[in-house]
Ligand binder design. Structure first.
Ligand SMILES: [Zn+2]
Length: 235
């Protein structure tokens, strides 16, 4: 099992780790701050540094508890101590877009009780699918306006852990349509003060102020009960 350092510190940009495995899939370290693709978020990119040489990490994948850092080619021996370096500009934009997505979905949930059916964060933009029957441009505009107000207030984003029983008993916790994944006794919770609370494994900013300003890009009708909101964050 690779220890996932980003779970408790989204701001970790560099870290030391030991090489545990090198194979066709990539380099496995004992610990990593690289976020592996999943949960609607892209993976981090960056470098692994070893004895003065930098190897580009193109993608990061998690499989069966192990995190594979995908690289072009590597001569790093197993057991070596390396330094991981995250492409921070890219990661920080992803964090801002991700927390923005939570603000938007939390607001839409409290305003009209609507659930999310999917979401995708990219490096420079994001989209969320809402379980809405009508394409309501006015509603989305109002939500973004409200979201930008909340963002400028500087609400704290808290990360902590909660037992399954308590997660199930907390109102408003499950906004992703569908049930809680089975066989997980303790969940990592991401809470944006008085806006949103949900189990989540992704990277976030610590304060909504860091998001900047949400800008609506477009609204798409993806079928019955599936309206897609595209947005980005400025600057
Ligand atoms: Zn999330």
């Amino acid at each position: 099992m690779t220890k996932l350092l980003y779970l408790d510190d989204s701001y970790l940009k560099e870290f030391d780790a030991k090489v545990e495995e090198v194979n066709d899939k990539g380099i496995v370290l004992d610990r990593t701050a690289f976020y592996p693709v999943g949960g609607g978020l892209p993976s981090d990119t960056g470098f692994i540094e070893y004895s003065g040489e930098r190897i580009r990490v193109r993608e990061v994948i998690k499989q069966g508890g192990k995190v594979y850092h995908v690289v072009e080619k590597s001569d790093i021996p197993v057991g070596a101590i390396v330094k991981g370096i995250i492409d921070w500009d890219r990661r920080y934009r992803i964090m801002r877009l991700h927390t923005a997505a939570h603000v938007l979905s939390g607001l839409l949930y409290s305003m009209v009780g609507v659930l999310i059916t999917g979401n995708a964060i990219r490096e420079n933009r994001a989209h969320i699918d809402f379980s809405l029957e009508k394409t309501d441009r006015e509603l989305f505009q109002k939500v973004i306006e409200e979201a930008n107000k909340v963002i400028s207030e500087g609400r704290k984003v808290k990360i902590y852990y909660m037992e399954r029983e308590k997660v199930l008993q907390t109102p408003g916790m499950i906004k992703l349509a569908g049930r809680l994944p089975p066989n997980i006794p303790v969940f990592r919770i991401v809470e944006i003060e008085r806006i949103d609370i949900q189990p989540d494994g992704g990277v976030h900013v610590a304060n909504t102020k860091e998001i900047g300003e949400i800008e609506l890009l477009k609204i798409q009708n993806k079928g019955r009960n599936r309206k897609r909101l595209h947005f980005t964050v400025k600057p």
